[in-house]
Design a protein around this ligand. Structure first.
Ligand SMILES: Cc1cc2nc3c(=O)[nH]c(=O)nc-3n(C[C@H](O)[C@H](O)[C@H](O)COP(=O)(O)OP(=O)(O)OC[C@H]3O[C@@H](n4cnc5c(N)ncnc54)[C@H](O)[C@@H]3O)c2cc1C
Length: 506
């Protein structure tokens, strides 16, 4: 999706002061768009308002060039299957991530069948997911991981490849110029995907606009206060005319990405106390040359350096954006105190409160490996970045690759014990006890798990209605509440359905 393409028609009249809405979605990224689409199906009569501070949907993390577009299913990401000190491999997390992505595939398939999403190839394409290791010990680790995972129906068909000729046949760009004496191995999952979360978000937002939601771009949510009846008084700045407007909402979802922590703090809810955010920015090398891209048709994930955080795992990815194939390599970490790409340098300092000061201080002391990793990454020159790429593509030429700035990640810092804090690399839903407000913090596995995360929001925030929604939810997401790993028959049936609907048959 080219940024700004197919903008849904935004109302031309200003947002009326004192508007009342059933559902307010703050931010037009993949999370709000997913939740809005679910609620439109479950409660077609509810009024929905979307307020986005930028000029169109998915200009922050959900934009196609701001993330890697991996449909995270733990097929290739080695951080979900860590090596244990005794040499064994812990594969317990991998099925959870995989099942969550199966739910996203089902939700999108249902949306395609119902005309909510159109032309699946505009947002999802089949791209094999591959893990890549070097050195005899790592080859052994990959073999053990393969043996354990392939016993699970979710990972059936996972291949282990150690033969050099087969390696070269499947990954020509990575084989060219590679030292023949080096031990290498790959595992290959044919059923991986590349997802343009920007195009997906755009289509969901278009659908919301078509079905009567009030979508406002250039509208920045500044503050939220709880009213005596339990609803929310929300102060919004129209960035076009500089005026503030007040609206009232019965339910607020803060899908503001990196901006969520500030808004949840301003809401004053107890549940956000003790949380803080630690920003890590990212860069990718991008190659738009279609001849080079044709020599690499996979998403290949390597191993993170010892002590480096999971989001640092290097990967060389096929991307399919706007119908064009290109390559992305990275991420390289950077640092800025901003919580959004289009954020402010005061974001980090203004998020520090008496309730999160100690957790922040604690992670400063305990997260030396992250700090060391960031310092080393910041010191990396462009030459150093291309050298890292050459571990994957030994003959990569500097001039074929441009450095682009990716989305901003805000890692979750959570209070631990009385004085401590922990730094987390996953996503967390935070909601008020009465369910009138919820927000999403964190970045990984991220957009791929939007459906599972938003089902979680619905369950937490609408407990009285949720049981009544279950039958319909099972139609939209048939594996909801079921383990596909334990139901291979249902897994096969749903795979066939989603492959056909999303046009994913390799
Ligand atoms: C470098 C990188 C690589 C990634 N790779 C992957 C990947 O390969 N696969 C994957 O599944 N996930 C990946 N992710 C994670 C994924 O991109 C995010 O989890 C996901 O896009 C978050 O969606 P969101 O809707 O919560 O936030 P966003 O897409 O950031 O949307 C939030 C929106 O809220 C708006 N906003 C903020 N504050 C306000 C306010 N006060 N008022 C109004 N609007 C506001 C913003 O302008 C923005 O449009 C990656 C992330 C990064 C940064």
């Amino acid at each position: 999706m080219s940024e700004n393409a197919n903008l849904p028609t935004a109302p031309s009249s200003p947002l009326p002061d004192h508007l009342t809405t059933d559902v307010l979605l703050v931010g037009a990224g993949v999370m709000s768009a997913t939740l809005g689409t679910m609620l439109r199906t479950l409660e077609p009569d509810w009024s929905i308002t979307v307020l986005e501070r930028l000029a169109s949907p998915s200009l922050e993390s959900s934009g196609p060039w701001n993330n890697a577009g991996t449909g995270h299913s733990a097929l290739c990401e080695l951080n979900y299957t860590p090596k244990l000190p005794n040499g064994d491999v812990d594969v317990s997390k991998a099925p959870i991530v995989n099942e969550q992505f199966q739910m996203s595939r089902q939700f999108w398939s249902h949306a395609v069948e119902n005309g909510v999403l159109t032309d699946p190839s505009s947002f999802i394409n089949p791209v094999p997911h591959v893990s890549f290791v070097q050195g005899a010990k790592n080859v052994e680790y990959l073999r053990k991981r393969h043996d354990k995972l392939s016993a699970n129906p979710l990972f059936a068909g996972l291949e282990l490849i150690t033969d050099r000729d087969e390696f070269a046949r499947r990954l020509p760009l990575m084989a060219e110029g590679r030292d023949e004496s080096e031990d290498v191995a790959i595992s290959w999952a044919e059923n991986g995907t590349d997802v343009d979360f920007g195009a997906l978000t755009q289509q969901f937002v278009d659908h919301l606009a078509r079905t009567g939601a009030d979508i406002r771009f250039d509208h920045h949510v500044k503050n939220l206060t709880r009213e005596s009846d339990g609803s929310w008084r929300v102060v919004v700045k129209d960035r076009q005319n500089g005026k503030n407007v007040v609206i009232r909402a019965k339910f607020v979802f803060v899908g503001a990405g990196g901006g969520a922590i500030h808004l949840l703090q301003r809401s004053g809810i107890e549940e956000i106390k003790g949380f803080a955010g630690f920003p890590v920015s990212g860069q990718f090398l991008r190659c738009l040359d279609e001849d080079i891209a044709a020599k690499h048709q996979a998403k290949v994930y390597g191993m993170a350096a010892v002590g480096a955080p999971p989001m640092s795992v290097p990967h060389l990815d096929t991307r399919v954006i706007d119908g064009h194939r290109s390559l992305l390599f990275g991420p390289y970490a950077g640092w800025t105190p901003k919580f959004l790409k289009e954020g402010s340098f005061t974001d980090l300092p203004s998020s520090i409160r008496p309730d999160n000061l100690l957790p922040m201080a604690a992670i400063g002391v305990t997260s030396w490996s992250l700090i060391k990793y960031l310092v080393l990454e910041l010191a990396k020159t462009r030459g150093g970045k291309v050298d890292a790429l050459r571990v994957f593509a030994p003959e990569a030429e500097d001039q074929d690759w441009e450095l682009i700035t990716a989305g901003q990640r805000v890692q979750v810092v959570r209070k631990k014990g009385r004085l401590g804090g922990s730094l987390e690399f996953g996503t967390t839903v935070v909601n008020s006890a009465d369910g009138s407000i919820a927000g999403l913090l964190g970045a990984s596995p991220g957009a791929s798990t939007a459906v599972a995360a938003m089902l979680d929001v619905l369950e937490r925030c609408f407990p009285a209605r949720f049981d009544g929604w279950r039958t319909q939810l099972k139609e939209i997401v048939p594996s909801f509440g079921t383990s596909l790993a334990e139901n291979p028959g249902l897994l096969a049936e749903l795979r066939t359905w989603t492959d056909a609907t999303l046009d994913l048959t390799p």
